[in-house]
Design a protein around this ligand. Structure first.
Ligand SMILES: [Zn+2]
Length: 264
């Protein structure tokens, strides 16, 4: 079986374990069914997710020009504290920014290898946690816009990490923590503007990933450098495919790459 198309991040849903899908233009593929099967990935060409042109991908699936122009790649995406739509101020496209920023956002703690703080739109929960490979997570505040979430995250970063150690996440070098307690410790550091949005009580969400075997040592597959790979799929965690030989493939990191995906 051969599938061909441009890679976008894997779609997910939670049943007892996370179900992962590769979605192509005319087809989709449930990857959980491919565990223990040999597959190959062949990089064919680039295709920018915005302009569709065959231009080298710069970041987030976009070519350099699109990344620097389109509202979907504004700086406030990665740095929510730079959001300005609540002040009616435009970055690249005010209508787009209002739709994206002026909606409920969550500041959360997620544990994928260490506890980190993060921000997401409310509708992206639990998707965001799955994408990060978090085995447990909990909400801290629910605020009405992205700016308030951003300044809360910045304030909490002084007391908890904002990075995932993806090597530890992929080798399953993880600890279970009591996130209710971790959350409690941070309460006093929430900025005044956001204090009223503290979620009074809630519990951890636990997430189970479909992994048969975790690698001890990992090597990353970069299709830009090595355009062909084949191996036996042993697991899926975060946005990574994990193979028997310790190779890991970041699907999200290859958005905009057109590939041929073969099930051997
Ligand atoms: Zn483009």
């Amino acid at each position: 079986m051969t599938y061909e198309g441009v890679l976008t991040k894997m779609k997910t849903e939670i049943t007892d374990k996370v179900q992962y899908y590769l979605v192509f233009d005319s087809d989709f593929l449930n990857l959980n069914q491919l565990l223990d099967r040999k597959v190959s990935i062949n990089f064919l060409r680039y295709q920018c997710l915005n302009c569709g042109l065959e231009k080298k991908i710069f970041r987030q699936g976009f070519c350099f020009d699109c990344f620097n122009e389109i509202p979907q790649a504004g700086e406030w995406i990665m740095k929510p504290e730079l959001s300005r739509a609540h002040l009616d101020e435009e970055d690249r496209d005010l209508e787009f920014e209002k739709r994206a920023q002026l909606q409920p956002h969550i500041v959360y703690l997620a544990n994928s290898s260490n506890v980190k703080v993060g921000v997401t739109r409310k509708e992206q929960i639990p998707t965001r946690w799955i994408d990060q490979g978090a085995h447990e997570a909990i909400e801290i505040v629910e605020v009405p816009n992205r700016y308030l979430a951003g300044i809360t995250e910045v304030a909490l970063k002084d007391h908890v990490s904002d990075k995932t150690n993806w090597r530890k996440m992929l080798t399953n070098d993880i600890k279970d923590l009591n996130l209710v307690e971790e959350r409690e410790k941070l309460k006093d550091f929430i900025p005044d503007e956001a204090k009223e949005y503290y979620i009074a009580s809630n519990k951890e969400t636990e997430i189970e990933f479909p992994v048969l075997e975790f690698p001890k040592k990992i090597k990353t597959l970069n299709l830009g450098k090595n355009p062909f790979y084949e191996g036996v799929l042993k697991g899926i965690k975060g946005q990574y495919l994990i193979f028997e030989d310790g190779t890991v493939f970041n699907v999200r990191g290859h958005e905009g790459f057109v590939v041929e995906f073969n099930i051997l």
